[in-house]
Design a protein around this ligand. Structure first.
Ligand code: HPA
Ligand code: ZN
Length: 326
């Protein structure tokens, strides 16, 4: 959105963010021009008219199509810099950023190009933007585990500066257990482990992500609310859930913001935090998510502080960095 809300008073960590989902329409056109790529849209308005999603897949189709403009390290660097600038204005002081290497490899863009383009900017993010950052390689769950394992080995071989791995893309029909060996290998390599689960998929996918993959944090996780026993377990173990309210509305995981389970999740004592997911596609950055939550759901000061504190404590930042931010 154009109007920037006043940044929340508390420092925030953004833990659920796909860097490719920060590619704004203006940058898509600028990169297309720079790279001599013909876009299937006549102008910005025609592109913006495509941002009406009916479910996760209808979004993913546009998200992957728009990546065609990302060709060089400079393209990935420019996209990353634009996100960090906007996130700093939103009050983000620490960000854990997912990159989808397979979505670039399949287009003929090398691992070095996408990883180094993003990582070169993250290396100085704290000095330039006041945001400490970590990079997470996310794997596309609609592709095979063999493909994911190949890419993970290549990332390890090139000593890519990744802190962990994630699992994203089309959830239903691609349960976490499909990637048991991938997550075991990541664990052996000392990487942190997260996965999308319970966005469109059932509560059993959340249980599988915890029990079979050993994830430390669950992306989305909102459908846990359908399973009281699971909620009890998530509360007892303080499992972080990176909730993305505007994403859930845009992808119709919930009908409207007023129906979002976040207040019930807070009331249940779940370790939830607020994130933007793909801010260029879902109507706003993390400050926009807070602003709309507050106007529609009327979060209390207590809840706002708790959400911010949860975001810091659920991060993979060092204890020193967490102490600075809490
Ligand atoms: N869900 C699943 N995969 C994704 C998403 C999401 O919200 N954003 C980018 N890839
Ligand atoms: Zn996501």
């Amino acid at each position: 959105s154009d109007a920037q809300a006043a940044p929340p008073v508390m420092p925030l960590a953004e833990l659920h963010l796909h860097i490719e989902g920060t590619l704004e329409p203006e940058l898509i056109f600028a990169l297309a021009e720079r790279n001599g790529i013909e876009l299937p849209y006549a102008d910005l308005d025609e592109l913006r008219a495509r941002y009406e999603f009916t479910d996760l897949q209808s979004f993913l189709d546009l998200y992957y199509a728009n990546m065609a403009v990302l060709r060089t390290e400079a393209d990935f660097a420019d996209m990353t810099r634009a996100y960090l600038r906007r996130a700093a204005a939103a009050g983000v002081r620490h960000a854990e950023i997912m990159l989808d290497p397979q979505a670039h490899l399949s287009r003929g863009v090398s691992l070095e190009t996408c990883v180094n383009g993003v990582a070169s900017v993250l290396a100085s993010s704290r000095d330039e933007f006041g945001i400490s950052t970590l990079l997470i390689a996310a794997f596309l769950r609609d592709l095979s585990e063999e493909s994911a394992l190949e890419v993970l080995e290549a990332l390890l071989a090139m000593n890519a500066p990744i802190a962990g791995i994630g699992l994203d893309s089309a959830e239903v029909g691609n349960p976490p257990a499909k990637f048991e060996r991938l997550f075991a290998r990541a664990g052996e390599a000392g990487l942190r482990k997260i996965a999308h689960a319970g966005e469109e998929g059932p509560p059993s996918y959340i249980i599988e992500a915890l029990d079979v993959l050993g994830v430390e944090r669950v992306d989305h996780g909102i459908r846990c609310m359908e399973d009281p026993e699971l909620v009890e377990r998530l509360v007892a173990d303080r499992v972080p859930l990176t909730v993305c309210p505007l994403s859930n509305v845009r992808l119709r995981a919930v009908d409207k913001l007023a129906d979002h389970p976040l207040p019930a999740m807070l009331a249940a004592g779940l370790n939830v935090c607020v994130n933007s997911d793909d801010p260029a596609y879902f109507g706003g950055y993390v400050d926009d998510n807070f602003a709309q939550l507050e106007s529609v759901l009327g979060l209390s000061e207590f809840d706002r502080v708790r959400l911010a504190a949860n975001s810091i404590s659920s991060s993979f930042a060092s204890d020193e960095r967490k102490a600075e931010l809490l």
